[in-house]
Ligand binder design. Sequence first.
Ligand code: F6R
Length: 364
Amino acid sequence: SKGNHRHYMLKEIYEQPIVVAQTLRSYLQQLEGRVSLPIPEFSLNAIKRVTIVACGTSYYAGMVAKYWFEQFARVPVDIDVASEFRYRAPVMEPGGLALFISQSGETADTLAALRHAKAEGQTIAVVVNVPTSTMAREADLLLPTHAGPEIGVASTKAFTCQLAVLAALATNLAQAKGLLTPEDERAIVRHLAEAPASLNAALAYDESIAAMAHTIAGARDVLYLGRGTDYPLALEGALKLKEISYIHAEGYAAGEMKHGPIALIDENVPVIVIAPSGPLFDKTVSNMQEVQARGGKVVLISDYDGIQAAGENCMATITMPKVHPLIAPLVYAVPVQLLAYHVAVAKGTDVDQPRNLAKSVTVE
Ligand code: F6R
């Protein structure tokens, strides 16, 4: 049931601190300060390359994972949407891990890609939310998310749980490759264990996000900008907004703005900038200022330090708790989901059952 929430989507957004904690419980050994996978005998140190395949929101979780696998585990990563991967004759060398991410575990394109990679001799890992699903059954390595049933068509809690599992997998890969000291690993476990509390803190901004939703609800187009792991979040924000509010939205890598999309900017195009303070912050802010110089109305999502440094000329700001970069994508997913939700509510659309969409896409 929806409990006292107006929609399943809102209920599922609010469940995130609990289900992320639930998911992390089977990957973190908090007392030992270790990350472990549910299949202990599985050895990751021979993995030379990772191929990630998924659709939609699950694909964006995979994009975040690409940054992590490369940065922490120094493993080359190839990533594609399933409907392209399957038909482009991808090169998969022996010793590769093919990783499929799916809430339902039944998405037809992703499943076809899985079977193709299996036929090509890849080790098959799946991150799925339905443990009885076809993908779960066909995998060599099953990495479950424990988000519980997701009813709203727009994926929310499954996404943050996927990120939690992928962060654990990235850590495990790094560990298997000898790239982490025990102290490093303990620190990562500590940061991951803080995620549920930070998600709770992010939810506290629900009312202020609801209050600004009407300023977005009248727009015809909305842009989302982010850099690094915030780039896939920009894509996810745009997907959430278009699927439930029917407002045209696009996500861009912040640095790509000047290569074309900046031509779209005027005072009628709200631009949502996702930029936690940190090493990439100044670069993203300079892209944001290019937007503002052309009359663009910016909503800056950052932490206190970021808002202090760059929030001045923004139409609105959303202040997130200050978090470690590893858990930032989980935490920043929350305002992005809430913004789409409240804009859709302001427009009066059917949030849980958006037009033309099905929860599980079983045709290719
Ligand atoms: C977006 C959304 C879809 C799914 C996509 C993949 O909110 O829900 O984009 O993410 O259809 O579905 P799964 O993860 O079940 O393979």
